[in-house]
Design a protein around this ligand. Structure first.
Ligand SMILES: Nc1ncnc2c1ncn2[C@@H]1O[C@H](COP(=O)(O)OP(=O)(O)O)[C@@H](O)[C@H]1O
Ligand SMILES: [Mg+2]
Length: 252
């Protein structure tokens, strides 16, 4: 079930360096929120904070509050492994488990989280591959390594793998950066489907992509959020001159 993400006065430091500065942003459920802004402005850092990926990096620190649904993700009651099941992440470089087959890439999470057993596993794997618009292309080769698929197929396999463990939110960090136009189009179509059931936050450098697929756009600069609003309004009539300058430079 989709859950909204609410970020309140969130700041983040790598060692002494603050790279996210007091950002507040609400990503409503069943909508696509795009994060845009120049390289190094903190998009990936903010995105990774939402499933506590920085827990794994020493020397980092954050302040502020992030909730998924009603739950504060930093509360002691939250198990980070379960949080990462609920908040799936899709990376810039497709990253299926390289030594596992297409089938096992999806089945592994089901087993790990005890979500299916026996015959049910095969049914769930098929359902997730269908939902990720990959089934028709792989159904004859389910036991080949996932790493042999094309980049676009690998990215859809990662989405199928995330779908299998019943997420509430998808975080996507430039998911089309390494894909050709056809692969990109397939992922964009898939995001359009996913948003009926999930909350999606996506980082993109492609302004056309942001305007095609997102409902809401947030513009970040030097760790600060300059502006957030309905995508059409941000693109047609940005309120802040820095947003306008960025969009003009990017797409003009
Ligand atoms: N692991 C890290 N350690 C120290 N600094 C980092 C680390 N990861 C990113 N940074 C720095 O944090 C800033 C924000 O990076 P990032 O969130 O990756 O930006 P974006 O995704 O917008 O390009 C950059 O200045 C980057 O160099
Ligand atoms: Mg990044």
């Amino acid at each position: 079930m989709a859950q909204g993400v609410n970020i309140e006065n969130f700041s983040f430091w790598y060692g002494p360096t603050q790279v996210v500065k007091n950002i507040s942003l609400s990503a409503p459920e069943r909508q696509v929120t795009a994060l845009i802004g120049p390289s190094g402005c903190g998009k990936t850092t903010l995105l990774r904070s939402i499933n506590r990926m920085h827990d794994l990096t020493t020397g980092t620190r954050s302040e502020g509050r992030i909730t998924v649904g009603e739950e504060d993700i930093f509360s002691a009651a939250v198990d980070p492994v379960d949080l990462r099941r609920r908040v799936g992440m899709i990376f810039q470089t497709p990253s299926p488990f390289p030594h596992l087959s297409v089938y096992e890439n999806v089945a592994a999470g089901l087993r790990l989280h005890g979500l299916a057993r026996g015959k049910e596993i095969a049914e769930r794997v098929e359902a997730c591959l269908c939902k990720a618009a990959l089934w028709e292309e792989v159904k004859e080769h389910l036991h080949r390594p996932g790493a042999l698929l094309s980049g676009g197929q690998q990215q859809r396999l990662c989405i199928a793998r995330a779908l299998a463990v019943e997420p509430e939110v998808f975080l996507m960090d430039e998911p089309c950066a390494s894909l050709d136009p056809v692969g990109t189009m397939r992922i964009e179509e898939l995001i359009g489907e996913l948003k009926h059931d999930y909350t999606v936050l996506i980082v993109t450098h492609n302004m056309h992509q942001a305007s095609r697929i997102s409902d809401q756009t947030a513009f970040l600069l030097n760790g600060e959020m300059v502006e957030v609003g309905i995508t059409k309004e941000i693109f047609l009539a940005p309120q802040d001159p820095r947003t306008e300058a960025y969009l003009t430079w990017k797409i003009g």
